[in-house]
Design a protein around this ligand. Sequence first.
Ligand code: G3I
Length: 316
Amino acid sequence: NPTLREVADRTGRFVGTAINDGRLGDTTYANIAKSEFSSVTAENGMKWGSVEPNRGQFNWAAADRLVSFAQSNNQKVYGHTLVWHSQMPNWLANGSFSNSELRTIMTNHVTTQVSRYKGKVQRWDVVNEAFNEDGTLRQSKFQQQLGESYIADAFRAARAADPGARLFINDYNTEGTGAKSNGLYNLVQRLKSQGVPIDGVGFQSHLIVNQVPSTMKANLQRFADLGLEIVVSELDIRMATPADSTKLQQQAANYKTVAQTCLAISRCAGITVWGFGDRDSWVPGTFPGQGAANLYDDNYLPKPAYTAFRDGLAGS
Ligand code: G3I
């Protein structure tokens, strides 16, 4: 049987996974990560709190491990994430800075991180989760102090640091049409009309079994029609646990639908799943009573979703 990456290669798409670099020493984990996926995203290792735990002191250990794993295995690296309200280091989250100081802190961070991985990270989530559910901009520290211009400044700093990297804005609950997706769409249009260097939009796609938005294809297509690349950036499809065969079959069909949705959009560059083994998933910790969201079970055995997802990537 072909692997996911072999099948995705045939249509020029990448198929990626989030990686917890602390798990790479487990051979079962590492073998699936390298054989099945053509792209990797650091689940946590490239976030601001990981790489700059103290102001101006960078710790690249986890990020470097991921990049070298990818290089050894002929994988792309998807950089996640440069500017985000969550997982900020304490010095930044709790510190008080003048507006101009904060802007410099932000652009320095972007410049330092993107420069370090110049030519090695093909795509960056420059700004993550900038929106509230009603489509207004989230009042993050950056938005509160700097206003919307923080977004343009982050993209400009990233472009200057690596002109070859494709720059993304990424969010969740934007997969279907609605207020949040409209807010994102309007922002992206504004950025493009202002000449801000943005190349793509990531749709996280933390979905629920049987609730893949019916408008997902049309919604992703309208963003693609702005001339942007589209990625499904953090796919998982959770259910109430314990799993049973009915729910697992429904989940499989849902994974296939998402794969087919990407294939139907010529500018959809690929899909990243947010980890591959149920045992590693963030879901049960955040949504007690839910889980079993991934392609492989707690023992790293492929679930029905694995085969269905591969069929979807194959266009069948
Ligand atoms: O590393 C510390 C460890 O030292 C400490 O002992 C332990 C105690 O809680 O925490 C560890 O940090 C945890 C970190 O994951 C690494 O395991 C954090 O508490 C935990 O909050 C963090 O969760 C991550 C979450 O982002 C944080 O917001 C998840 O692993 C990660 O899957 C999740 O990923 C996000 C994307 O970045 C953005 N989109 C949504 C997605 C799911 O929430």
